[in-house]
Each structure stands twice: as C-alpha cells, then as structure tokens.
Design a protein around this ligand. Structure first.
Ligand code: DX5
Ligand code: ZN
Length: 217
C-alpha cells in the first residue's frame, strides 16, 4: 500500500469542516478523533458527525475512538460510514470480538495503544486487525510534542507484523511533522496522522505532499 497520510481534523476549523477537508485533496483518509470526556479529558464528535463527514467527504473516514466501553459504542461508527474504526485496547474488554464485529460490519478494524501500553501482550491477536495505531503522544489533544520514547514500540510492532507475515498497516498519531515523520517511517510506520502540522500550514495540501515525500525518503 505504501505511505499514507491521514490528516486529523482536530485542529481544523470546526465551524467549516467541509471546507477544511476540501483543502486537503491529496490526503488518503480523513482522521476523525472521537473523544468522550472519560477516556480522555476532551470532548469532540459522535456518530452523527462521523456520518455527516463520511457522506460529504471524498476521502474515507478513519475514526479514532478515544472513548470508554468501545465494545458497546464502536459498531455505531461503522454504521455511520467510517471506512476504518480504531478502538483503544485500554478501553475494550474483548478486543478480538470487537475487531471481528467491526470487520463483519464492513470496516477496517484497528487497535490503538497509548504510550505506556506495550505491544507484546497482543502479539497473538494482531492477525485480527487491519491496522495497529501506536500513539506518539498521550491521547486527548492536538498540538502536543512527539514522544521519542514510543519509537522502540513502533519497531517492535513492525517486527511482530513481519514475523507473522501480516499486512496490517502500522499507524502513528501525535506530534507528527516534517521534523518527526522520518523517524517513524524508519521505525516501520506506514500510515501517518498529522493534525496541527497540516492545518496550521498556509497550504495544507502542500504539507500533506511534503510529509509524504519526507516519509518516503
Ligand atoms: C490526539 C489525537 C490526534 C491529534 C494529532 O489525541 O488522536 O489525532 O489530532 O494532532 P497533532 O498532529 O497536532 O499532534
Ligand atoms: Zn487521533
């Protein structure tokens, strides 16, 4: 599949989301950060908003659910039209069942790990996933600094996927910019979420292209 760039609309203008998404035609996906004020101390969108974005955007929606009780709530985001649904392993009681349910309903199933959550305990369930998301900041807010301490986990996840011959994508999210994307690509990531780097740029679509170029080096 190669390198994919997935701008996060978390730092876009919420009053003009359609217009903001129209500014990034070169993006592969639109990353939508769903926050519930419980799993993270911030509140954003629900399934109704995801449904509207999925309907209006030409790019598929990559829904990142930072919500507790993912088992109960994640299926609604598939029904809302997200092409990929990421739940946090810290927020599910049954990751295998949930991944299977997301796939059965027709979306790509993805599992996210916060910075302090190791990948090794989940080696045996990687085959159930279409993507693994290694968070490179503590989830909750855009514009935070990239955590270098997450790089070994990106390498470990890449090694485990390769060891089992899996084609799941490896996504990174948090503090991704022209200054940090190369380190993540070198460690084995292939899907890059970037929020503030893209939406604070004068030309967001040119930034998407630059990030892609930097990751492909
Ligand atoms: C953080 C979110 C990210 C966020 C990234 O909890 O999951 O998707 O929007 O923003 P930047 O790229 O600014 O770190
Ligand atoms: Zn995110």
């Amino acid at each position: 599949m190669g390198i994919q760039i997935t701008p996060s609309i978390l730092t876009a203008d919420f009053a003009a989301l359609g217009a903001e998404i129209a500014r990034i035609p070169g993006a592969d996906w639109v990353h939508v950060d769903v926050m519930d004020n419980h799993f993270v101390p911030n509140l954003t969108f629900g399934p109704t908003m995801v449904e509207a974005l999925a309907r209006s955007s030409e790019r598929p929606v990559d829904a990142h659910l930072m919500i507790t009780d993912a088992d109960r709530h994640a299926p609604a985001y598939v029904e809302a039209g997200a092409g990929s649904v990421t739940f946090h392993v810290e927020a599910t009681a049954a990751p295998v069942r949930l991944a299977r349910e997301i796939r059965a309903k027709g979306a790509r199933a993805s599992m996210a790990l916060k910075p302090a959550t190791p990948i090794e305990p989940y080696e045996d369930l990687l085959g159930e996933l279409d993507m693994v998301l290694i968070m490179t900041v503590e989830p909750g807010f855009g514009g935070q600094s990239f955590l270098d301490l997450c790089l070994p986990k990106i390498r470990a996840a890449r090694a485990l996927l390769d060891k089992h011959g899996l084609e799941a994508w490896l996504q990174v999210d948090g503090g991704i910019s022209l200054a940090t994307i190369e380190r993540c690509a070198e460690a084995g990531a292939d899907v890059f979420v970037a929020g503030s780097a893209v939406f604070s740029a004068d030309d967001p679509d040119a930034m998407v292209a630059s990030l892609r170029q930097q990751a492909e080096r």
